[in-house]
Design a protein around this ligand. Structure first.
Ligand code: AMP
Length: 278
């Protein structure tokens, strides 16, 4: 795996490869890599001539300084972990991505104002800016994003349309621990006692999906609320059913409905989701 630190060096190198008709797959990450990230890379590795991974903890998308400070940074282990499924690592310093003050503009509608957009003001602007800039540096044919961050994936699809990036966005399934907890770099920050409770999140989502199918949106939401009220370690931020394309919160089951949750477990904020088709 080759490592590039500057945007000019990686841009020039990838342009040379493109002239040789090589296809490029891209997986942007913030590091502290786990099996979820590696699955994205393996998919890219199988589908493209060259796979590029970026590791950049993007301050612009953190609306909470404690979360940014505590974000795990494990570059040496990350590099060893992805060596067999990645050709090129882009590991830039802050000034490479932000030589100037960001002034990009986007129009995300409901995606920016609902759920994650509402609870993490400015978060998706930060995501859009960094991904837009990374796309302009890497110029991939395909870019891989996890369904774990469902709303983010919709943001990226919209970004690609708005800025006319000629990039195919590939959604990738959520990779979970054997007990169902969605893998996340933040899981490392859970205390042992909290980690034991964490599988309740996905169990509850699955039960809520059953209630949605057999009863109603209202009852499934009440079930989720009541479940987490039983455990003082949890603090539910939101649980909603949305129609994925409009990203409108819905009170009835649609042909395709996604249940999205954000929940604090101790001092760690976790997100997960479940897709329900009729
Ligand atoms: P992050 O480093 O958290 O910004 O994530 C980088 C990419 O990995 C994003 O596209 C995430 O959606 C994806 N990702 C993170 N965790 C998982 C997971 N458990 N399963 C699938 N994709 C994931």
């Amino acid at each position: 795996m080759q490592v590039f630190k500057t945007r000019e060096s990686i841009y020039n190198h990838l342009q040379d490869l493109k002239k040789q008709q090589k296809t490029i797959g891209f997986v942007p990450t913030m590091g502290a890599l786990h099996e979820g990230h590696r699955t994205l890379l393996q998919k890219s590795y199988a589908e493209n001539d060259i796979t590029v991974c970026s590791i950049f903890v993007n301050p612009l998308q953190f609306n909470n300084t404690e979360d940014l400070d505590k974000y795990p940074r494990t570059i040496e282990t990350d590099m060893a972990f992805i060596d067999s499924c990645c050709d090129i690592l882009f590991y830039p310093d802050y000034s490479e991505i932000y030589p100037d003050t960001p002034n990009e503009t986007f129009e995300f509608g409901n995606l920016e104002t609902n759920l994650e957009g509402a609870f993490r003001p400015g978060h998706f602007y930060g995501v859009a800016v960094v991904v837009h800039r990374l796309f302009n540096i890497v110029n991939p044919d395909k870019a891989y994003f996890g369904l774990k961050d469902f709303q983010q994936l919709q943001i990226i699809k919209s970004l690609v349309e708005q800025k006319n990036h000629a990039i195919e966005i590939i959604p990738c399934e959520i990779i979970r621990e054997s007990d169902g907890l969605a893998m996340s770099s933040r899981n490392k920050r859970l205390l042992d006692s909290e980690r034991k409770l964490a599988p309740i999140i996905y169990q509850t989502l699955k039960q809520a999906a059953d209630i949605l199918k057999n009863k109603s949106v209202e009852e499934s939401k009440m079930f989720v609320k009541n479940t987490f009220e039983k455990h003082k370690e949890f603090s539910l931020e939101y649980f909603e059913w949305v129609e994925p394309n409009s990203f409108e919160i819905t009170n009835v089951q649609k042909p395709l409905t996604v249940g999205l949750i954000a929940i604090w477990l101790g001092k760690v904020r976790l997100i997960d989701n479940i897709i329900v088709t009729q």
